[in-house]
Design a protein around this ligand. Structure first.
Ligand code: PGA
Ligand code: ZN
Length: 428
């Protein structure tokens, strides 16, 4: 038996940042080392995502995961024991075949991603390396530019505003630590402005301020003022990034802005967004149109793709084939990379590689339902991703990830390099 051969797989129920059940998997290998990972959960999910296995019924709003846990402790455990944790592709192929469904509904995407990530952690532990170093080897040196939410809306704030994420990117910062320093000041300034204007109502699912605005543009104005009040030059030091999450308020090319009581077609929404891009220092827009509106995405990319990062999330669902197709037809120029959207690390990596092959951007991302698990930070550094999206600058499920980045930056020392300087203005 080798030091990295899997000897035990165990799942237990733990709780996520929304107080909902999720599962944690521990994989033990021959050396005695243990790898552990927890499945996150989305709220504004794409229809093409791997399906989380939930119990349904009355307990915990139907969100319990006892069946997903049983799947790990029975079938998945039987299938993984004896395999080499260092062979991630093989372990993931075994999981995919065992599940046997296109959307991972039998074992559950949540069971599979926790098991898959725990295998990677166990392999790194057996090699006595942090996961980022195990994945990236000696070449790993890139710290991702954080994309950090200041206001949270859409499905994460009871649709209080239509747009889901109003974020900042500290594009002018010199290193990873400074991106967080600057964001902390912007977040604080935003809180003060909200409080002064009587709009402070607590925080949304990912820790951004709960937006009590009369229009989506009022949120943009407030974000711009927050950057200025914190003492930064908008666009040069700190730029704006949006996740429209348009699938949440649009279908079949019809979009209903609840806040402004307006209905728009694809071209109307595109025109509105292009107007924002003209008036505000916006460098990146995610899901500008619905996941079913490929024509709209192509038109938007043709109109703005040379000056703007256009990220597909619900539309691409971390699927390598979809990324390849979208690059071919000219829809979007970057992909959001969420491991639980596809269900295994190998498939996640394939989507990342497909983006690279197309000369696209790639943003490694958390979900709105998160935990203390910091795997995605290690993936971002280990794979050399240029950007990381984790939610806001509050609540420990978010801060655990930003802080893990600080630890990795410290370990890299002078070798570490923030990906920001070459990233924006849009150049990838
Ligand atoms: P979700 O939101 O985790 O609720 O899907 C994140 C996002 O849309 O980027
Ligand atoms: Zn999104």
């Amino acid at each position: 038996m080798s030091v990295s051969s899997i000897t035990d797989v165990h799942a237990r129920r733990v709780w996520d940042s929304r107080g909902r059940p999720t599962l944690e998997v521990e994989v033990t290998v021959g050396s005695g080392a243990v790898g552990r990972a927890i499945a996150p959960a989305g709220a504004s999910t794409g229809s093409g995502e791997a399906v989380d296995r939930r119990d349904g019924g009355d307990a915990f709003g139907g969100y319990d995961v006892t069946k997903a846990i049983a799947a790990v402790n029975d079938e998945i455990s039987d299938a993984l024991i004896g395999l080499d944790a260092e062979d991630q592709e093989n372990a993931d192929a075994v999981l995919i075949e065992l599940d046997g469904t296109p959307d991972k509904n039998r074992l559950g995407g949540n069971a599979m991603i926790a098991a898959s990530m725990a295998v990677a952690h166990a392999a790194a532990a057996a090699a006595e390396m942090p996961l980022w170093r195990y994945l990236g080897g000696l070449a790993a040196h890139t710290l991702p530019l954080p994309e950090i939410q200041i206001f949270g809306g859409g499905a994460h704030a009871a649709s209080r505003v239509d747009i889901q994420d109003f974020m900042v990117m500290a594009v002018g910062a010199e290193d990873y630590a400074q991106t967080l320093d600057w964001t902390a000041e912007v977040y604080r300034a935003a809180g003060a402005l909200m409080s002064e204007s009587g709009l402070l109502q607590g925080v949304a699912d990912e820790g951004g301020f709960w937006p009590a605005f009369d229009s989506n543009e009022a949120a943009l104005d407030m974000l711009l003022r927050s950057i200025e009040r914190a003492g930064f030059r908008p666009g040069e030091d700190v730029a704006i990034s949006l996740d429209i999450a348009a699938s949440e308020f649009g279908k079949d090319g019809r979009y209903t802005l609840g806040l402004e009581k307006r209905e728009l077609d694809s071209d109307g929404l595109i025109e509105m967004l292009l107007g924002w891009v003209d008036r505000y220092p916006i460098v990146s827009i995610e899901d500008p149109l619905g996941e079913d509106d490929e024509d709209g995405l192509i038109r938007f990319t043709a109109a703005a793709g040379d000056k703007l990062q256009i990220i597909g999330d619900d539309y691409l669902v971390t699927n390598a084939e979809r990324v390849g197709h979208a690059a071919g037809v000219g829809a979007c120029n970057a992909v959001l990379v969420k491991p639980n959207q596809v269900g295994t690390l190998t498939e996640t990596r394939a989507a990342f590689d497909a983006a690279r092959a197309a000369d696209w951007g790639a943003v490694v991302s958390a979900r709105s339902g998160e935990t203390e698990d910091v795997t995605i930070v290690h993936l971002a550094v280990g794979w050399g991703a240029y950007q990381l999206k984790v939610g806001s600058f509050a609540r420990s499920e978010r801060m655990a990830k930003w802080n893990e980045g600080l630890r990795i930056a410290d370990a890299l020392g002078d070798h570490g390099q923030l990906a920001a300087s070459t990233l924006f203005p849009w150049g990838r």
